[in-house]
Ligand binder design. Structure first.
Ligand code: UD1
Length: 416
């Protein structure tokens, strides 16, 4: 297993190019199962979750090649079984279920695993697919689904689930008739998926709002598509500028998708300037803690909660961070406290009291965004920090230590 060794306390300066979005690329890759013909995707990040998805697609009979930032996909000889070994490592792989049902009328997919951040069931995915005509059974830990063709349905989601919304959009593109999704999630990655499917001939409208309409079509054709930039990676580098009191220019930064994050960072005292997709982020005075609650988009993203907590832990004053999406997403708190942070947990809220400065220590990464939070804290801390188990980071941040080194950080990957 690899670890990062960080000698902290250096203000980061320079330009960083934001990679393609992991959370947009994953559903788009799996949506290729729906397509008759060749799909050419660009701006695909080199990440472990992407490679896992390509391996899964290969097992499902979808030919996949990955060159540079381009993936070429062709579903030629589809098979309906997604094995446990691949699905257990990545929750998003359950999104192949609906597309396989739509194409083959049958599918067997292991119940998913993924990050250790709560129970994360898929009940809303399955209920929606049932309303479209699928029947499910659980056999040996696998979800076994069958249908005699999917049909359109009027589906109201109990909660705007991101994966559930993506899953039902995909299945509905090839269903007979019209599907209406109410209380749908509005995340930018869902908009990217819908745009991709529309370029393949799907008839989706309303994406980006909470009511999405999908008129089923007979088939989808091949296309070329550029995946959006990663708003969470970009948000993480904005925090890196703040926590190191640095000055960074983010290139290909999806500014519009980051409004909630940028407005909180500005409220803390950061300067974030720029239009289009180039953004400058810097600090020229003290930063102050704020209160925030994570919410579905356009609210503050849960995937940025850990990183902004690292920033608040060494800012002035105190603030309360409330986690409104996942029930168990504070595993980074204990580790931040090992670096000298003052954080008290009470249910779904964390009270952060800013300290003068963090001090280097050995810490353990527990999930993807918690790992990013610890790297950020290590960049700010005096002395040496070791972040262990960084395999989580390799799931979601492209070449993080390379990008940070180019900005002046002293960060090294070593074998544990
Ligand atoms: C996606 C993102 C993840 C992000 C999350 C919330 C990807 C690959 N992952 O995850 O990075 O943190 O959105 O923005 O895009 N739930 C149910 N039943 C369901 C589905 C969800 O109870 O059928 C619950 C989950 O347990 C969780 C909440 O709803 O508490 C949000 O989950 P969801 O929006 O589905 O997140 P993911 O799609 O898993």
């Amino acid at each position: 297993m690899d670890k990062f060794v960080i000698d902290g306390g250096i203000p980061l300066r320079g330009q960083v190019v934001i990679s393609g979005s992991k959370n947009a690329a994953l559903p788009i890759l799996l949506a290729a199962i729906l397509v008759d013909g060749e799909v050419r995707l660009s701006n695909v990040p080199h990440l472990r979750d992407i490679v896992t998805t390509l391996n899964l697609l290969a097992l499902l009979g979808c030919r996949a090649e990955f060159h540079g930032d381009e993936v070429l996909l062709h579903s030629c000889d589809l098979k309906p079984e997604a094995p446990y070994d691949l699905v257990r490592t990545m929750r998003a792989s359950v999104l192949c279920l609906g597309p396989l049902l739509a194409r083959l009328g049958t599918a067997r997919v292991s119940l998913p695993g993924g990050c250790a951040i709560g129970a994360r069931p898929v009940d809303m995915h399955l209920r929606g697919l049932e309303q479209m005509g699928a029947v499910f059974e659980l056999e040996d830990g696998d979800i076994v689904g069958n249908c005699d063709g999917l049909h359109g349905a009027h589906i109201h989601l109990d909660f705007p689930t991101v994966g559930g919304t993506e899953h039902l959009i995909m299945a509905a593109t090839l269903a007979k008739g019209k599907t209406i999704l109410e209380n749908a999630a509005r995340e930018p990655e869902i908009q990217d998926l819908a745009e991709f499917l529309n370029t393949c001939g799907a008839k989706i409208s309303g994406h980006g709002t909470s009511v999405i309409q999908i008129e089923g079509v007979e088939s989808l054709h091949g296309t070329s598509y550029k995946v959006m930039s990663d708003r969470i990676e970009a948000g993480t580098y904005l925090v890196a500028a703040g926590i190191t009191k640095g000055d960074l220019e983010l290139v290909d930064c999806p500014v519009d998708a980051l409004e909630a994050v940028i407005s909180k960072l500005r409220a803390m005292g950061m300067h974030i300037e720029g239009d289009g997709s180039n953004v400058r982020a810097y600090v020229d005075g003290p930063l102050h803690c704020v209160d925030l609650t994570t919410r579905p988009y356009p609210g503050f993203p849960t995937d940025m909660q850990a990183q902004i907590m690292a920033l608040m832990s060494c800012s002035h004053g105190a603030g309360i961070i409330t986690e409104g999406i996942f029930e168990n997403r504070f595993m980074h708190v204990q580790e931040l406290c090992r670096l000298g942070a003052h954080i008290t947990l009470s249910g779904q809220s964390a009270m952060v009291r800013g300290v003068e400065g963090l001090k280097g220590a050995t810490v353990m990464a527990s999930d993807l965004r918690a790992s990013a939070c610890l790297v950020l804290a290590g960049l700010a801390a005096s002395g040496r920090t070791e972040v262990r188990r960084i395999y989580h980071l390799d799931r979601g941040y492209e070449q993080m230590e390379v990008k940070l080194s180019q900005l002046g950080a002293k960060i090294y990957r070593e074998r544990e």
